[in-house]
Design a protein. Structure first.
Lengths: 164, 164
DNA sequence: GAAATAAGTCAACATGGCTGACATAAAATC
DNA sequence: GATTTTATGTCAGCCATGTTGACTTATTTC
């Protein structure tokens, strides 16, 4: 009997608990993304540009396809944003040496500076929340968020995190 | 000395750890919000409609101002979305009895049905992640997300959660 | 040599944010 | 009681960022 119960609902989860989890994610994401907006506006950029800066910084030399797969947007949507960043000298595109069809993405020096500046308030917010919550809570945070990611991508994200 | 260290960086947080926390939030939110989209499309609705359905369901009788404060969008942005939901009979607006300027928001029966249907995959995703991660991890998840919310709103959210 | 792939581009459209200006009704204040 | 403030609604237009569809070019793979 215990088996059946725990299989069906291992934590005796109420709808209330679930909905609170949903709301917390909404609120946290809302405030978390609001941080960089003012700085971005100075350059005429938006959140989409920030995302590109973040992921290219994290994965120097990544291909356009890889970036598209992470962002889950279309090539045409990315083109506008990426084009602006390249045009204004924040991102450099090198031809791949193995596969010369590829355009490998790198932040330029000014791109790195911009990324750091734009991300700073976001990093501070996360650092503060981590510090206040404690190491154990952080482990739980990571575990649950990881479980929220679609199963197909979970492994590759875990690998990309472990690789560092 | 230990005091100084722990004040500055209580968890010995590396930039890598912080950035992983940021990315996990991005990935989780990306997949978490993708769930309801297909169902919403049947009605010609989008994510904005879903948010309204969710919060009116959670706070029956809430005012337009309260909803605006939660969503952090302008009155004009909300008007489009809320207007469509009212027009199609998913949300009812009652005049406030204490303050008759207010329009108190309620889901109609079909609104409740729609909310349940649209939210179902999202709830399932959170329930699964909670179940897999375990009760302790969930507590940590909540603690960290709560810390990510802007301080001004933290208390009122805590209260609205405890009230249930 | 043909087919598949990586990337780019043009055009058109939808969603959901935004600002600014103004209107109405009701409540609160002087 | 007149005035001011508040809650809500509405018109008009703009912008950022997503979408689909069609087509091109260079390169790699078969």
């Amino acid at each position: 009997m215990a088996d059946i119960k725990s299989q069906a609902n291992p934590l005796f989860l109420t709808e209330e608990e679930i909905r609170q989890g949903i709301e917390l994610l909404f609120y946290a994401y809302r405030d978390f993304t609001s941080d960089p907006d003012e700085i971005l506006a100075e350059y005429g950029f938006g959140r989409a540009h920030h995302r590109v800066l973040h992921f290219v910084n994290r994965n120097p030399g990544m291909t356009v396809s890889q970036l598209l797969a992470i962002l889950r947007i279309t090539k045409q949507s990315l083109a506008r944003v990426l084009g602006a960043l390249v045009e204004q000298g924040f991102i450099r595109q090198d031809q791949g040496s193995v596969d010369r069809r590829q355009r490998l993405l790198y932040l330029t020096e000014s791109g790195e500076a911009l990324e750091r500046r734009v991300s700073a308030p976001q990093r501070d917010r996360v650092a503060r929340a981590y510090g206040e919550a404690g190491a154990e809570a952080v482990a739980g945070y990571r575990k649950v968020l990881y479980g929220l990611i679609g199963p197909a991508e979970r492994d590759s994200i875990l690998k990309s995190i472990e690789r560092r």
